[in-house]
Design a binder for this molecule. Structure first.
Ligand SMILES: C[S@@+](CC[C@H](N)C(=O)[O-])C[C@H]1O[C@@H](n2cnc3c(N)ncnc32)[C@H](O)[C@@H]1O
Length: 173
């Protein structure tokens, strides 16, 4: 089967580094993250990952960062099983599948339209799992997100790509 071709540039292309790092770490015998969803996605993508110069060491660092955030989200959802998760600049990260939230949770993965289109091709859908195809800097970003429920906001590896004033506007929104 021919793989999914990707043509991402700039900040969007960096999602391939984090995805590949997590996939490499998941292949290690004592993997911390065990992100076999990332590994499966990498195998479906037609792209020369060797050009990214990502090795197992970087993968371990990325896995520690991702696991730290997964544990925070799991802890929050265990205490608030009807909450919302807003996952900004999600890239192809598979946190939703790793965390496997309780059925009362509504989860929103947000990234640029090209990235969300790729997610739709690579990952399954599920009830209460929503994709928002938008820059996080768009004023209408939260239009479809319920405002009166507890929420946790996760942004992993996103802020380096946001100008400071945009980042502050996003936080205040
Ligand atoms: C280094 S990747 C991290 C991806 C994912 N969070 C992870 O840890 O694997 C940076 C991500 O931020 C996204 N991004 C950067 N600027 C963005 C913006 N203004 N709006 C939405 N997504 C953005 C990119 O498309 C990319 O998916």
């Amino acid at each position: 089967m021919a793989g999914e071709k990707v043509h991402l540039t700039g900040a969007k292309e960096t999602l391939l580094m984090t995805l590949y790092g997590k996939a490499l770490e998941s292949r290690m015998p004592d993997s911390l993250l065990g992100d076999h969803f990332a590994d499966t996605a990498v195998r479906k993508i037609d792209y020369d990952f060797s050009r990214l110069k990502v090795d197992e060491n970087l993968g371990i660092g990325l896995a520690i960062r991702a696991k730290t955030l997964d544990v925070r989200v799991e802890d929050f959802l265990a205490r608030n099983p009807e909450a919302i998760v807003l996952h900004l600049g999600c890239g192809l990260d598979t946190r939703f599948f790793r965390v496997d939230p309780p059925p009362g949770v509504d989860w929103f993965d947000v990234d640029y339209p090209e990235v969300i289109e790729l997610r739709r091709k690579l990952y399954p859908t599920r009830d209460h799992y929503h994709l928002i195809a938008s820059s996080v800097t768009e004023p209408g970003l939260l239009a479809g997100v319920p405002r009166h429920r507890l929420a946790i906001v996760v942004a992993e590896g996103l802020t380096p790509y946001l100008p400071a004033d945009e980042g502050l506007r996003l936080l205040s929104r």
